[in-house]
Each structure stands twice: as C-alpha cells, then as structure tokens.
Write a protein that binds this ligand. Structure first.
Ligand code: PRP
Length: 211
C-alpha cells in the first residue's frame, strides 16, 4: 500500500486539523513535538504522511500530487485557483471576506467610483468588483497588515478577512460589504480521488461523522 500524504496549513488550522484527525483515529505523535524542526511526519501503521506548509502553498502541493489531501482556508483556495477538488467544509476557522474601510468610503462604493482597493487577495477582490459588482477599481496587492492601507491613504478600501472585527474597530474601520463566508476546507488531488478513492472516501466519511 502506498502512503497517502496530507498537506496541512501551518499554525492554528493545523492544530485544529490534528485534533480532528485524532478523533477519527488518525494520530501522528511525532508531529506534536513542537521543538522538532522536522518537516514531514509518518504514521507507519496507517501508511500516512503529513507535512506542514504555508497556506498558499497547500493547493500547489495538492494540484501537483505531492500531497493527496490538503486542509486549507477557503480564502486561499479561491485565491490560488488551482486544479483540485474541494470536498469538505470542516466548519472551523470560520470568518468572512469583506470590503472594509472608513464609514465615508460607503458612498464611494455606492456611486461605483474608481477607487483603490488594497488586499492580500487580488484575485478574489478582482472577481468581486469586476464580475459581481461591475465596478472598475484599482487593485493594490499587499502582504499583511492590510488595515494600514486606508489609514495612511494608500487606498480607499480593503478586501480582507474579518474574524472578530477587533482589528477593524481598533483602527476606526468597518465592514462595508460582505464578499463571502470562509472556513477550513479539505481539498483532494484530482488523480488521487480516482486512484485512492476507497481510502480517501473512508477518511472523508469518518470526518463527516465527527463533524
Ligand atoms: C488577519 C486579517 C485581519 C485580522 C482579522 O490578519 O488580515 O487583519 O486577521 O481578525 P479580527 O477580525 O479578529 O481582528 P493576520 O493576523 O492573519 O495577519 P496579517 O495582517 O499579516 O495578514
């Protein structure tokens, strides 16, 4: 039997995913050792491998078949737009993709003005403004602390993830429009889904039962 390989998103999503996998009897003791610098972990009995990657790299590993299964946020799946199957909503890591800005920016959105939009998610922002709203905007790609952009005058609004809303509140910004709800999803390589359908389906069904 060949190994099935999981790509997990480093950080909070990985911890939640490991808890969930444990509930269905898939454990990886090696992975719990936080001091370890090892990148890949093996469960020999179940013939499973696990590795941790940066969120945006998870769909890449899965598309190319370097991982059979991935766990990653819906935001990253939509932004990366890789060829893979999205098969299960894990229901954790819940948050929302939103258009945010100062209250004054509401009018700019309503009047379909040619505004600047700062975001870590240019594909999602472009799809939202161009395809869903038919509003021509200028999209500016940033890599973090997106809330800064409207404060320092880089852009009128941002497209970003809102979880508790604390970052917005503390910076005098608010949600102006909601783009879509987000959560952690399971993705599967398209060939693996055919070749290993029995093992993968068994894992997915077990996950569905505990969710
Ligand atoms: C994310 C997101 C917001 C914040 C939202 O940033 O980009 O800034 O969390 O959470 P809240 O609604 O609970 O305040 P993250 O902390 O991942 O870092 P980043 O700014 O580097 O993207």
């Amino acid at each position: 039997m060949r190994y099935l390989t999981f790509a997990l998103t480093k950080g909070r999503l990985a911890n939640k995913t490991l808890e969930l996998l444990e509930q269905i009897g898939i454990t990886c003791e090696e992975m719990k050792d936080k001091s370890s610098r090892k990148l890949i972990f093996v469960n020999e009995e179940l013939k499973l491998k696990f590795f941790l990657a940066k969120g945006p790299d998870v769909p890449t590993y899965v598309e190319y078949g370097a991982a059979d299964i991935g766990v990653v946020g819906k935001d990253t799946i939509d932004e990366e737009n890789r060829k893979l199957y999205e098969v299960l909503d894990l229901g954790f890591g819940k948050c929302r993709m939103c258009v945010c800005g100062p209250a004054e920016a509401r009018a700019l959105l309503q009047n379909q003005e040619r505004i600047r939009v700062a975001t870590k998610y240019p594909r999602i922002a472009k799809d939202y403004f161009y395809n869903r709203k038919s509003q021509t905007v200028e999209i500016i790609k940033l890599n973090g602390s997106i809330e800064l952009a409207p404060i320092v005058g880089l852009s009128e609004v941002i497209v970003d993830i809102v979880e508790t809303g604390a970052t917005l509140r503390e910076n005098g910004l608010e949600v102006l429009e909601e783009v879509c709800p987000l959560s952690a999803r399971v993705v599967v390589n398209r060939v693996s889904m055919q070749m290993e359908s029995e093992r993968i389906t068994r894992i997915l069904n077990a996950l569905k039962e505990v969710l």
